[in-house]
Each structure stands twice: as C-alpha cells, then as structure tokens.
Design a protein around this ligand. Structure first.
Ligand SMILES: *Cc1c(COP(=O)(O)O)cnc(C)c1O
Length: 394
C-alpha cells in the first residue's frame, strides 16, 4: 500500500491521538528502515528507543522464532521458564531483588507507584517526582509526569503527587513531609530534553531517602538496556535504588515492561496484590533474552561508550561551522543537541528529507539515540546528513 492509501484508512478508522509524520515504515534491518514508497532511512531514533539494539536483531529474531514454534501465551497462574530466565538476567545485572513483568513503561511505573502506596499504607502516600519528567499516559503515571500538557482535560487526577525541580536537592528536602513515601525520577530525562542528573545530587537524594525511609525509584524505561553505556543508568551514580522500571528496548521490539524491586522491599507486594494478564509472556521474554545476549556477548556497553564519544565529537566538529548548534549533552548514546532556535523541529524535518530519522523534544532539543550497535561508518553517514540539513536551513 502507498502512504496516501494508508493515510486514508487512518483518517477513517484510527483515533487521531498522535501527530504523525508522513512516513509509513514497512521494513527494518539493523539501523536501516524502508518506507512504503521504497525510500531508505538511517534510523537514529529507532522507535523511541524501543529498537535499542537495531531493527530485527538476529539474536532477538532467533529466540522469538524458536518460541513461536512452542507456545505463545502462558497464564501467570502457571510457570513459564523464559520469564524466570529473564528475571534472573535482570537481577544479575542490577541488585539482589525480584521482578514483576508488565507490557509497557506506564504499566511498569504503575507497579512502582502501587509498590510505594502499599509500602506507606496507611499513613504515607505522597510520591515526589521531577519537573519535566515523563512517566507515561495512564492516569497515575500522567499525574506523576512533571509536564502540564499531558494532564489537560483529565481531571480529577489521583491525589498524592508532588513535583520538584530536577537536580535541586534543597527543593527536594523542602518538599518532603511525614506523608512522603517515595521519589521517582529518570537518571537522564528523555522527553524532558536529555537532562542528565548530577552525581552529587543523586548521592544526596539516595542518602536522604535511606534516612527517611523513602523509596528511591528510578524510571529506566528509556535509559535501560545499555542506552547510557551502563546496563541501567543508576549505575553511573554509585547508589542502589529500591526499585527500577524497564520497558522500551527490553524486548528488542516486542512489548515488555518490568518493575524490579530490591530485596529490601521484596515483601511489600504479596500474592493477589498486583497482576497483568499478558505480563512476561513467553514470546516477549524470549526476545528479551536475545537482547541480553546481544549486549553481553557482542560487547555493546563498550560500543555505546565509544560510539557515544565519537558521535558527540562529530557533532562538536559540526558546531564549528554551524553556530546554530548551541550545545551538546547526554550520556552514552542518549544525546541531546540544543539548538539556538525557537523551533528545532524544522531541523528534524529536514533530516528526514535527507534520509535521517531523529527526534525533536522540548521545542529546541534534537534527541539522537541510535541503536547501541551503531558503527563509526553509520555515524559518519548520519552526521553528513545532519550537516546537509543544517546547510539547507541556515
Ligand atoms: C516512554 C516512557 C514511559 C512510558 O512508556 P510506555 O511504554 O509508552 O507506557 C515512561 N517513562 C519514561 C522515562 C519513558 O521514556
């Protein structure tokens, strides 16, 4: 089908809750995707970080297709070996603890919110989150999100959420009351514009949380699975959270989310207290095992650190010719390029015309997050396209 036909069907049958670009993707292979008209693009924002190790990674395809021949779904009233194996992998890469499986980032965060509420019940219930944060679109997670635009029209919102400025320990201290039970934050804010947490801030936050028995929850939905050069972003800070939530690239393209609870808090949620019909089903868990294998066996964490440095250096070089580039920030391959312009989406649009997919967030931040399998050659191609786009615009 051609784009025009697809758009026609959408107009008639699909709720218009998204602003969509004129692009219908029909194929993906590694860092490359192809659209309905036969055009090829190099993908430096693969599915909002979902295809974190690239499209159709062979290890993911192998694991998932083997499972297709066995069984598709197993109810959570029974055991399925793959769920156990993924939980084991996650724990081996994080901290002693236990895993709950969900289907998405929002659902993983709902689990963490329920964990906190249950832990504080009945006297403490307040959860502190950050301004410019993003935690999802369900009622509880949009309330947790520190951006007004996602809340408009959905009142009344659940009670007990409070927002404070990111990287401001005094603001956090002042916000804590005897009702506070948890703080939830991203180690690098994604939607918020690639804002990296200060090491000292996280250290102090963690210390305060321990002292006041406040749960420290890291929303790793966007940062997980090596994106920042560590398997999970909290590892950069030398602390240990009470819980982390995962989704996006965990399934290598398959929908899977997870909440990981530290052993210290593993007895809070008991049998019957939380559930998800599809959570941790065999196919998505098989795919997640493939993702872990790729990261472990192909040295992808090391690649992320190296390619992150190379990509930043390449854009810095570009900055010498284009003063419209204001600054670069990020961690590993989670990179934000601040543009000196009101609306940088025209840069992303021009990159798209050049055959490069990137994202623009918070109006003037270009968000660049290639698959962590990216090579120097890929980066050279993308930076040249970005350069061409900037040439067109300035
Ligand atoms: C994308 C995202 C979510 C929401 O995940 P969904 O799978 O869309 O529900 C939550 N938190 C962060 C940090 C995200 O980037």
């Amino acid at each position: 089908m051609h784009l025009n036909e697809v758009k026609k069907i959408y107009e008639q049958y699909v709720l218009p809750t998204y602003t969509r670009q004129d692009l219908c993707l029909v194929k993906g292979d590694g860092i490359w995707v192809e659209d309905s008209e036969g055009n090829k693009y190099i993908d430096f924002f693969p599915g909002w970080a979902v295809s974190g190790i690239g499209h159709r990674h062979p290890r993911v395809i192998k694991r998932a297709s083997e499972q297709l021949d066995k069984i598709l779904h197993v109810s959570n009233n029974y055991y399925n070996e793959l769920q156990g194996l993924v939980a084991e992998k996650i724990i081996k890469h994080s901290f002693p603890g236990k895993v709950f499986f969900a289907n998405s980032g929002a659902e993983a965060n709902e689990g963490a919110i329920k964990l906190a509420r249950c832990y504080g019940s009945p006297s403490r219930y307040e959860i502190i989150t950050m301004e410019k944060s993003f935690h999802g679109r369900t009622l509880a997670t949009l309330t947790a999100t520190g951006q007004d635009k996602v809340k408009q029209g959905f009142s009344p919102l659940p009670e007990g959420f409070k927002h404070v400025p990111f990287n401001d320990i005094t603001a956090f201290k002042n916000a804590v009351t005897d009702k506070t039970v948890a703080v939830m934050l991203e180690g690098v804010q994604g939607e918020g514009g690639i804002n990296v947490a200060d090491k000292e801030y996280i250290r102090q936050l963690s210390e305060l949380c321990r002292k006041k028995d406040i749960l420290l929850i890291f929303d790793e939905v966007q940062t997980c699975m090596g994106r920042t050069g560590e398997m999970f972003v909290y590892k950069h800070f030398g602390i240990e959270p009470d819980a982390i939530t995962l989704a996006k690239s965990l399934g290598g393209g398959f929908p899977i989310g997870a909440m990981v609870v530290n052993d210290r808090k593993k007895d809070v949620l008991k049998a019957g207290s939380h559930a998800s019909t599809f959570g941790g089903s065999p196919i998505v868990c098989a795919a997640a095992l493939g993702v872990f294998e790729a990261i472990e066996e192909d040295g992808l964490l090391n690649n992320t650190r190296k390619m992150g440095e190379y990509l930043v250096a390449s854009i810095l070089k570009l900055k010498e010719s284009y003063s419209i580039i204001d600054g670069i920030r990020g961690l590993g391959l989670m990179i934000g390029v601040k543009m000196d312009m009101e609306d940088a989406s025209i840069v992303a649009d021009e990159c798209f015309k050049q055959g490069l997919l990137i994202n623009c967030t918070q109006k003037n931040i270009l968000r660049i997050m290639p698959p962590i399998t990216v090579t120097k050659e890929d980066i050279d191609i993308a930076v040249e396209k970005l350069s061409n786009a900037l040439e067109k615009i300035t």
